[in-house]
Design a protein around this ligand. Structure first.
Ligand code: HEM
Length: 222
């Protein structure tokens, strides 16, 4: 089994994730500079123009995933919303990360076996997907329907848009990316051009329940 590889990410998952991630940081840059720094009016207008262009592409990326790969979207959401005893047991030692990274002997040594995603991933991916939808909706409302919103609704949307995106950015930069880099087979699987597969060993290590229950075996000996 050592050379075997397991298909984890389909092309639609990779395209959605890659385009979303690149546009996310371009949007944070264009929006953040205007909101958090003191730029001239001309620069601010120029950056806002690009913020809206990038926001339209960002919205179409989500729409394309929903329209062209609804099964992949549903699979991800289903995997994130399915919680069993092992998912809850993950919190007894937070996946062993405090022990592994900070030498803090928190909870049992053994990590409860996880499905496609561990409990931390389930929580964060649900937050990420909710944030993406929220940003598309509030972005469109702020851009096209500002006069109809009224002052307090506009302010509420604005703060949700700005601070919601910054909160998720902190989570992505401080947790999602560092943890992704700790698992190279998964990192390469989702980011490389080409096959979205990972090593059998990595699937067995991170997602044994998924490997056992959900992965379709194509090489069963007759
Ligand atoms: C350069 C930045 C990023 C890197 C390096 C990165 C890395 C990764 C990796 C390696 C995975 C696969 C984990 C697994 O095996 O399940 C993943 C999945 C995921 N990431 Fe990111 N990510 C980045 C940015 C983002 C951003 C900005 C978002 C959204 C706010 C995001 C949302 C997700 C979601 C929802 C998944 C699950 C996708 C699926 O299983 O189909 N990522 N990311």
């Amino acid at each position: 089994m050592s050379d075997a590889r397991i298909l984890r990410f389909h092309t639609a998952d990779k395209v959605f994730h890659g385009v979303n991630a690149i546009l996310w940081f371009a949007l944070v840059f264009t929006g953040g500079v205007v909101y958090l720094t003191d730029v001239s009016n001309a620069t601010g207008e120029n950056l806002m123009f690009w913020h809206i262009v990038l926001g339209i592409l960002f919205s179409f990326n989500l729409l394309a995933y929903l329209v062209f790969a609804p099964d992949r979207f549903a699979l991800m959401i289903h995997a994130c919303t399915t919680w069993d005893a092992n998912t809850f047991a993950w919190f007894k030692n937070f996946g062993g990360y405090p022990r592994r990274f900070f030498k803090i002997p928190f909870g049992p040594v053994e990590v409860a076996p996880q499905g496609r995603y561990n409990a931390g991933q389930k929580l964060s991916y649900l937050m990420f997907m909710a944030a993406i939808v929220m940003l598309v909706v509030t972005g469109i409302l702020l851009w096209l329907f500002a006069p109809a919103l009224g002052k307090s609704a506009f302010q509420f949307m604005f703060y949700l848009h700005v601070w919601g995106s910054l909160l998720i950015t902190v989570l992505v930069v401080c947790a999602h990316i560092p943890l992704a880099l700790c698992s190279m087979p998964h990192f390469l699987g989702i980011w490389r051009l080409g096959a979205g597969d990972i090593t059998y060993h990595s699937a067995e290590h991170h997602s044994p329940v998924w490997l056992e229950k959900d992965v379709i075996r194509t090489n069963i000996e007759k």
